[in-house]
Design a protein around this ligand. Sequence first.
Ligand code: SAM
Length: 217
Amino acid sequence: MMSEREKLIEKLSDYGYIKSEKVRKAMLRVPREEFVQPDKKNYAYLDQPLSIGHGQTISAPHMVAIICEELYLEEGMKVLEIGTGLGYNAAVVAEIIGEKGHLYSVERIESLAMASEENLNRTNHSKNVTVVVGDGTLGYEKEAPYDRIYVTAGAPDMPEPLKKQLKIGGKLLAPVGPSSYTQELILVSRTSKDEFTEKSLCGVAFVPLIGKHGWRR
Ligand code: SAM
């Protein structure tokens, strides 16, 4: 009999959100129930965001699939995530980039950062994930440049520091929009030191990105 996780992954593949074997395998390996609040474990395999407290959410599984597919992640990549939440997306990315890769994830709410570290530790994802508390709209200069950067909260404009921290040939994915709860998912590719291309992938609804290059509180 198929598990709840297997059923969800099959549905995401049938709907075309999961396209590649590497994203499918990574999502099959990560137990989403370990990244939700204890009273929400029964809902872990519904394809929807769930509250994680502090007015924040764990992203819906289809959104995690879209992010991972559109970034074309490869083993060994250095990746920056803005908005760790409870760490689910981070764990899926960590599975794809493997032990030779590394994910730095910045979260502005300290208690979420601490809880995500515990979750990532318990599920054996802490070797190649480092959680940092701070304002992710500034990126994480210390480890720049990155092969890939993705933002899991909605920004009013594409944060400039993130573009600067991208390697040439790198990709940056972020929800951007004029209202703090509806955005377009924008994919930026850095083609040279000073040149970037941008395309809109789809409409999305993320919680606001709050910080110097995001929304002001
Ligand atoms: N990646 C998460 C997951 O796997 O479910 C999604 C988390 S939630 C949709 C967005 C997160 O972004 C929240 O935890 C919020 O606190 C965080 N956030 C908002 N503004 C931020 C900023 N400037 N820097 C870092 N984190 C931020």
